[in-house]
Write a protein that binds this ligand. Structure first.
Ligand code: HPA
Length: 272
């Protein structure tokens, strides 16, 4: 079982590699890697060189911590994230957000690619996540609790911060980006879902579906980091159009959506 010092040691290693001490971190979802071009005066740390960090195994995820300035604001960008389908347990997936917390991060912006369950959404849309459904996974906080990080039992009613969401909505309006809102249904992957699963998620209140994000959001909630989350819609979820879902469309729509997200994030980091 990992103790608090385990996370402190990882954070110390990272701190020794950079002069930056950002309060805001951004996790980049599949196909959003090019977002890092927006970050200036960068200092990078490869995941692979950080002792006891996790390894990114998915091609579309780069595997780097990128420190720098986004529109003048210090940020830490995780280019490459970790997923349950890669073989990590829910508990292991608590590591990145715990390290972010020890590094002093107070606000975490999560991004991801997702399939649209809600038929009012279309590929290319940006959806601000208001809540999630975790029907099949466990909790990243399972196991002995580390009191230094957070309490054994913790409230997640405002896990996707209403305060940050309001700010995101105001920002989106100002720059004329249509921001939808919805509930993220977590699916374990790596297979896309069955049409029956998507129909079930719909009945339960899911608007979008994806294979990431919730472990980071739950861990952030445990350590008291505020979360803002954006999904970009890469495809309609299984069974909605009847077409097969391809990895290519996830990538292609991402390239288009990243432009909108770049604009949004540049403005948001200035007001949160
Ligand atoms: N399902 C799960 N994850 C996804 C999807 C999907 O349809 N699209 C992008 N990520």
């Amino acid at each position: 079982m990992k103790d608090y010092n385990y996370y402190i040691d990882i954070a110390k290693y990272i701190e020794n590699k950079t002069k930056y001490r950002p309060k805001i971190a951004i996790v980049l979802g599949s196909a959003l890697g090019s977002f890092t071009e927006e970050i200036k005066d960068v200092e990078t740390v490869d995941y692979a060189e950080i002792p006891n960090f996790l390894d990114a195994t998915v091609d579309s995820h780069e595997g780097k911590l990128i420190f720098g300035k986004l529109n003048g604001i210090d940020v830490l960008c995780m280019s490459g994230r970790f997923h349950y389908y890669e073989g990590y347990s829910f508990e292991e997936l608590s590591l990145p957000a715990r390290v972010l917390s020890v590094l002093g991060i107070e606000k975490l912006i999560l991004t991801n690619a997702a399939g649209a369950i809600n038929d009012k959404f279309k590929p290319g849309d940006i959806v601000a996540i208001t809540d999630h459904l975790n029907m099949v996974g466990g909790s990243p906080m399972r196991g002995a609790n580390l009191e230094e990080l957070g309490p054994r039992f913790f409230d997640i009613t405002d896990m996707y911060s209403k305060e940050l969401l309001e700010k995101a909505k105001i920002t989106a309006r100002k720059i004329d980006i249509e921001l939808k809102e919805g509930v993220y249904a977590f699916a374990v992957g790596p297979n896309f879902e069955t049409p029956a699963e998507i129909r079930a998620f719909k009945v339960l209140g899911g608007d979008v579906v994806g294979m990431s994000t919730i472990t980071e959001a739950l861990t952030a909630a445990h350590v008291g980091i505020q979360v803002l989350c954006f999904s970009f819609i890469s495809n309609m979820a299984a069974g909605i159009t009847g077409d097969a879902i391809t990895v290519e469309e996830v990538g292609e729509t991402g390239i288009f959506a990243v432009e909108k997200l770049k604009l949004l994030l540049r403005k948001i980091v200035q007001i949160i």
